[in-house]
Write a protein that binds this ligand. Structure first.
Ligand SMILES: Nc1ncnc2c1ncn2[C@@H]1O[C@H](COP(=O)(O)OP(=O)(O)OP(=O)(O)O)[C@@H](O)[C@H]1O
Ligand SMILES: [Mg+2]
Length: 312
């Protein structure tokens, strides 16, 4: 297993107490696998990604659990060592709104070159820069441009090029297509598909857009209020979802035939004040007495499919 997250807890201290953004999350990604992570806004997806990348800052803290990458617990590695050996090289990330993550005063080429420099890239840097831009379908002239001279889609591609600069083994893409038009979204997803085929790169793709996920992932995690409530192969999740929350999410995917979709009623509970029992109980159409008192564990129901629900 390339990445193994177990029992991870990330809490943010606040005046109302600890906001339990990630609260006992388990997740694995195998070599060459593309794994999706979906769930409503605020369920902890970005926080999880930041924790894996060692980017949790105050008032946040790791309150428990482990993150193993290639057998090493990355939460225990000194931050300097992490920066030298892991960031960009083993674990690269494209974050939510990262297309705005370029510094406005330097050219795209300068900023990509900086990653090559930090990691002592030994080959021909000019050629590498050209190749990277080509890989994401940008022409080499893009290197001389400033971020504001590019469109949103072009900037996102350039950022992906930067993330791939030193051939990472694992790419975390957090909402890489949000705020882009549908055509550009599709082309970015096709680019990720190509990377996975050509480079055998493992990808954790985070998005609340399940329709988009269904086009590319091998397995999907459904996250709710800080933990995984269901995981399975793309086929299991999209064709026979088990958790009432997953079923609600799947039913909310708009299709041409089904434009009058109904969402899931109610709201996610306050993460600073989680109810006992199942966090989804207050919104669940199948709620039972036990759900309100006792928290269900993530248990296998079918080959790759696990679900945390008292119905099973
Ligand atoms: N720096 C912070 N300080 C305090 N609370 C935070 C901080 N960052 C995140 N949170 C809280 O943690 C919870 C999870 O946030 P997170 O950004 O991980 O959600 P998300 O699943 O990525 O949502 P979205 O789909 O909107 O991107 C939220 O309740 C949020 O308010
Ligand atoms: Mg997010």
């Amino acid at each position: 297993m390339m990445l193994e997250v177990s029992g991870l807890k990330v809490y943010f201290s606040s005046a109302r107490g600890d906001v339990k953004a990630v609260d006992g999350m388990d997740l694995t990604v195998d070599r060459g696998e593309v794994v999706g992570l979906a769930g409503e806004s605020g369920c902890g997806k970005t926080t999880l990604a930041l924790a894996i990348s060692r980017l949790i800052m105050r008032p946040g803290r790791i309150a428990g659990g482990n993150v193993f990458f290639d057998g090493s617990d990355v939460l225990k590695i000194q931050s300097e060592e992490f920066r030298e050996k892991y960031r960009w090289k083993k674990i690269a990330m494209i974050f939510q709104g990262s297309m705005n993550g370029f510094t406005p005063v330097f050219t795209i080429g300068y900023q990509i070159n900086e990653v090559l420099e930090i990691h002592n890239y030994m080959g021909d840097r000019k050629k590498r820069l050209d190749d990277l831009l080509k890989m994401v379908d940008l022409d080499s002239e893009t290197a001389t441009r400033y971020p504001h001279e590019l469109s949103g889609g072009q900037k996102q591609r350039a950022f992906i090029a930067m993330a791939l600069a030193v051939d990472p083994d694992f790419l975390i893409a957090d909402e890489p297509t949000t705020a882009l038009d549908v055509i550009t979204q599709t082309s970015i997803i096709n680019l990720l598909k190509k990377l996975r085929l050509d480079k055998k790169i493992s990808i954790l793709l985070i998005t609340h857009d399940l329709a988009l996920l269904s086009e590319i992932v091998d397995r999907v995690y459904i996250m709710y209020a800080g933990k995984a409530v269901e995981v399975g192969s793309a086929d299991e999740i999209f064709n026979s979802p088990k958790h009432p929350y997953t079923q609600g999410l799947i039913a909310s995917i708009p299709t041409l035939k089904n434009l009058h979709i109904k969402g899931i009623g109610g709201y996610m509970p306050d993460l600073a004040n989680l109810p006992p029992g199942c966090s989804f109980a207050s919104r669940c159409p199948h709620v039972m007495e036990i759900c309100k008192n006792s928290e269900p564990k993530l248990l296998t129901v079918k080959e790759k499919q696990k679900v945390a629900c008292w119905l099973y």
